[in-house]
Every structure is written in structure tokens, then in C-alpha cells.
Ligand binder design. Structure first.
Ligand code: GYE
Length: 321
């Protein structure tokens, strides 16, 4: 089973145990203090991710200082600086974009505060600026999205016109999901991406950009949305244009939030490539290990699946986010 690897890593981390924290003046009660800078509240995925982190910190007895950056890098940099001033034991963050982190991470390193990346990666060459990166393989999610399309159109040489709703510009999931998808479809010239724009991972933007796509192009066969919220927004635009989402325009989405499963049971989304937001328990295990001075792998990948519309009704009751 694909879950095995994650389970083994998780168990190995749990085995790490907890030690007294280095910067005990930050909490005052002997508990580990974790400063966490979240991207924002842009999507259902993010809401589930935030809840997972808050719940598992509580469960692990870790004091969480939580900061919401509202999708702005400058807010994340400010939050990280505040955490450094507060002398938290560990800083974790989900970087809104990939670049521009070296300066602030060097400041954390100078103060000997370990940093953990969760969910999204950074493009820094200096990997000593963070202990580990816990998150999904977004390139693979892009490949899986395209592999479904390759299969669904197998045996036909008809052109397939695709519009793409990209995630936040400069973010790891937008860059990687685009790359993985492009890598797979380039094998067959029948696949044509006729429009590609950011919808910033939100429903409102997804709807707005899809409206523009529909105005500019009469011949859209497929929508590839980098997340469910944009797909759900786009569905509204498609319906308002008098078309049937899932039928007139096939829809491929990423994440696997409950609302997307509901849309799949209604035939409005054709396939969802899973991206697991429930990173909290693994993150807390890593935090404990790092505080304990134990080694952590540089990269911890979460395990995920792919769900097609015909599997949605059976899977829906078991969805945890
Ligand atoms: O897919 C999207 C969210 O970074 C994996 O961010 C995350 C992405 C997720 O806004 O819904």
C-alpha cells in the first residue's frame, strides 16, 4: 500500500520523543513553542490544513503561535521576524511563493532557531536554511492530472483543447502542477493548452477567469484547475454560460475537498487528484524531533491518491476534509 511509507516515517518520528526546549523563556511553562506562519485562508484545503495544525499542536502539548499571512509574502516575513524576536523554539511555515526567503531564514539560523517547511517548498540553493520539507509532490500531482486525460481520450486523434487555471503565481504548487501536467501532455500534439491564467487558488478568481476564458474561446474541451476551489468557481461560470460542467467541458482538479467530491457525484468534476492537507500530526512529530536534536530527512513526501467521478459516492463518507 502507498500509505506504508508515510506511516513508517511517521512512526519513526514519533519514536523520537521530546526533550526540554532550548528557548524556554518563550513559553515559560516548559512546553515547546512553535511559531507557524500560514499562507492564508484561500481555500478549503487551507482551512483543513490550519485546523489539522491547530488540533495536533494541542494534542502534542505544543504551544502554537499562529499567524495568517493573507497570501502575502511580506506578512510571512514579518511573522517570522516576530517569532525570532519572541525566541520561539521552532519556526514552521508554508511559503506563499518559492523565492525571496534567504535573508529572513539566515536571521533565524543566526539565532539558532530551526525552521521547518510545510506544504510548499522554497527555491533557495542553501538547504541548510531549513531542517526539512514536509509536503506533497506537486509535480507528480500534475502528472497524475494529465495521465487521467491521456487515458480518457485514448484511441482518438481529435484535438483536445485545454484551459488551465493556475494557482498563486510563483507558488510551488502552481509551478509544479503546471510542469507535471505539461510534461505528460507534450507526448501527444492533440493536447493544446489554449489559455492559462492564475485564479490565485480561490473560488471567486476561478469563476472570474473562467468567465473570461469562455468569452474568448468557444471550443474548450477540458479545464485543468490547480485546486478544487478554482474548479468550483469555474463550474458556476460554465453553468451561467449555459454549458454542462463535466460533460461539455471535462474538469480535472487537485486537492480532494468534500465539496469537490460532491461535485463529482453530480458529474460536474470528472477527476480529482488528491493533495492531503492533514499535515499537523507529522509536523508536530518533526518539531519534537528537531527540538530533541535528532536528525530528520531533508524531504518527507505525503502519500496521495486519484479519484474519478464513478468512485466519488463511495469515497465521500470517508473524506476527512
Ligand atoms: O492545493 C490549494 C491551496 O499549497 C497544496 O494551496 C497547497 C495548495 C492547495 O490554496 O488549495
Amino acid at each position: 500500500m502507498r500509505k506504508t511509507l508515510t506511516t513508517i516515517i511517521a512512526l519513526a518520528l514519533v519514536a523520537g520523543g521530546v526533550a526540554a526546549c532550548g528557548n524556554s523563556d518563550s513559553g515559560g511553562d516548559g512546553k515547546i513553542v512553535l511559531g507557524f506562519s500560514q499562507v492564508g485562508a484561500e481555500s478549503g484545503w487551507r482551512t483543513a490544513n490550519t485546523k489539522s495544525i491547530q488540533d495536533s499542536a494541542k494534542e502534542a502539548g505544543i504551544t502554537l503561535k499562529f499567524s495568517d499571512a493573507q497570501q502575502k509574502q511580506e506578512n510571512q516575513i514579518k511573522a517570522i521576524r516576530t517569532f525570532i524576536q519572541q525566541k520561539v523554539d521552532v519556526i514552521a511555515f508554508s511559503p506563499v511563493v518559492e523565492s525571496g526567503w534567504d535573508t529572513v531564514l539566515k536571521e533565524a539560523k543566526a539565532k539558532k532557531i530551526p525552521v521547518i517547511l510545510t506544504d510548499r517548498a522554497i527555491d533557495s540553493k542553501d538547504t541548510s536554511l531549513y531542517k526539512t520539507f514536509l509536503g506533497s509532490d506537486f509535480v507528480e500531482e500534475g502528472r497524475r492530472s494529465a495521465q487521467w486525460l491521456v487515458k480518457a481520450t485514448e484511441g482518438s486523434t481529435d484535438p483536445v483543447t485545454i484551459v488551465e487555471l493556475q494557482g498563486t503565481t510563483g507558488s510551488a504548487p502552481a509551478i509544479d502542477r503546471k510542469e507535471g501536467f505539461a510534461e505528460v501532455i507534450k507526448a501527444d500534439p492533440k493536447f493544446q493548452i489554449i489559455a492559462s491564467q492564475t485564479g490565485d487558488f480561490t473560488r471567486a478568481k476561478g469563476k472570474e477567469v473562467m468567465q473570461a476564458f469562455l468569452k474568448a474561446h468557444k471550443d474548450i474541451d477540458v479545464l485543468y484547475a490547480h485546486n478544487d476551489d478554482m474548479a468550483l468557481g469555474a463550474i458556476q461560470a460554465i453553468e451561467e454560460a449555459g454549458l454542462k460542467p463535466g460533460t461539455d467541458i471535462k474538469i480535472i482538479s487537485v486537492d480532494g475537498v468534500k465539496d469537490a467530491f460532491v461535485a463529482m457525484t453530480e458529474g460536474k468534476i470528472n477527476v480529482v487528484v488528491e493533495c492531503n492537507p492533514l499535515l499537523g500530526p507529522q509536523l508536530m512529530d518533526i518539531v519534537k524531533k528537531v527540538v530533541d536534536g535528532q536528525e530528520t530527512p531533508q524531504r518527507i513526501v505525503t502519500e496521495e491518491g486519484v479519484f474519478t467521478a464513478d468512485q466519488a459516492a463511495a469515497a465521500l463518507p470517508n473524506r476527512k476534509y
